[in-house]
Design a protein around this ligand. Structure first.
Ligand SMILES: O=C(O)c1ccc[n+]([C@@H]2O[C@H](COP(=O)([O-])O)[C@@H](O)[C@H]2O)c1
Ligand SMILES: Cc1cc2nc[nH]c2cc1C
Length: 357
């Protein structure tokens, strides 16, 4: 498996000639220029990633759901108990969670990766045991994890992406499960975008006003603590990740990097995925060429992450679930974008008259 350094070195911007060819082809297709809107942009991006026009339409999508627990839950930042993380892992295994339904609907496989669940998890073909640590420490009072643990979790994500691409998957969808994980996600978004913690801390699974105020204070304190050891998150992204992130955030960052290094598009889910992508972007700015934002989460702060990354969400349905649900819903749009380039007739092939000039 490639190391982090090898992975970072392999991430090159997508192919400009294939992008240009896709733009040129879009102009020949039987529709007014730009009439397929964002779908056209996605098709151009897929051509650049594939290095060929038209790009192959993705046929074998897979959602990797990274699961972890969070010491900061002790602060009362979520109304749900940590056991729900393990309970949902079992639900994913049994095929009964929302992401299982949405993945079946779009023909995607689901794998679940225990990178940081607090309780032991049985491993099988669906649930992979890559546990680095049984939950993070409380990021309000100390670093969430050590640098070595953050690096190990990043490597888990790289390994999972590499393995799934080796198995023939041609589109990687991000998923996450971790009670409390919107708190580290808000910390990462605040740290990497410079946004005010109050502007990026949201209600997660649905906290009340008092809990939101507490959660915002926790995020603000954790981000303030970053000041001394890591003045600029962009100069040492791994230190920032270790201080205020989560194990699934770290693995997701590695997953994104691993997909990009393998030349495969990565379809991001919501707020947790966006926060992890900020870490990946700080490590390898060219990674954004491989990223598609599946949806805009209702979680406050997701847009700050997406605008920092220059990504436009494909779907906006007020979802705030995580698991990969928004990415799975967006998959048919991504596939359709590729098919448009390969299957639509051109004005010449269909004999349709062009616009008069
Ligand atoms: O990814 C999102 O956009 C998202 C927004 C809100 C909640 N979640 C999910 O809800 C859980 C975290 O919420 P919380 O309130 O416990 O921090 C975790 O399992 C996430 O997958 C996910
Ligand atoms: C039930 C439940 C399911 C979830 N899926 C993702 N995050 C979740 C949080 C809860 C609480």
């Amino acid at each position: 498996m490639p190391t982090l350094d090898e992975t970072l070195a392999r991430i090159a911007p997508p192919d400009t000639a294939a992008r240009a060819a896709a733009l040129e082809r879009q102009a020949q297709l039987t529709k007014p220029a730009g009439a397929l809107g964002v779908l056209e942009d996605v098709s151009v991006q897929l051509a650049g990633i594939a290095g060929t026009c038209p790009p192959p339409a993705p046929e074998r999508p897979v959602v990797a759901v990274f699961a972890g627990d969070h010491g900061v839950l002790a602060q009362g930042v979520s109304p749900w108990p940590a056991e729900v993380t393990l309970g949902m892992v079992e639900n994913f295994r049994a095929g009964g969670a929302a992401v299982n339904v949405l993945a079946r609907a779009c023909g995607a496989e689901v794998v679940v990766v225990d990178v940081g669940v607090a309780a032991p998890v049985a491993a099988d073909d669906v649930v992979w045991d890559r546990n680095v640590r049984r939950g993070t420490a409380d990021l309000r009072t100390e670093a969430a994890m050590t640098r070595d643990e953050a690096l190990a979790a990043l490597q888990v994500g790289i390994d999972v992406a590499t393995e799934l691409v080796a198995r023939g998957h041609d589109l990687l969808l991000t998923g996450d499960m971790g009670i409390g994980n919107t708190t580290p996600a808000a910390c990462l978004v605040a740290a990497f975008t410079g946004a005010d913690p109050a502007a990026v801390t949201g209600r997660g699974t649905g906290v009340d006003d008092a809990t939101l105020a507490l959660k915002t204070r926790v995020v603000a304190e954790a981000v303030r603590r970053l000041g001394a050891p890591v003045a600029d998150p962009a100069t040492d992204p791994v230190a920032t990740l270790a201080a205020v992130g989560g194990l699934e955030h770290a693995a997701l960052a590695g997953f994104v990097l691993g997909g990009a290094a393998a030349g495969v598009p990565v379809l991001l889910d919501g707020f947790i995925a966006g926060s992890a992508a900020l870490v990946a972007h700080a490590l390898a700015p060219a990674v954004t060429g491989y990223l598609l934002a599946g949806h805009r989460s209702a979680e406050f702060g997701h847009l700050a992450a997406l605008s920092h990354l220059g990504l436009r969400p494909l779907v906006d349905l007020d979802l705030r679930l995580g698991e990969g649900s928004g990415a799975a819903l967006a998959f048919p749009l991504v596939r359709s974008a590729a098919l448009v380039l390969s299957e639509m007739a051109t004005f010449d092939s269909a004999g349709v008259a062009r616009k008069e000039v």
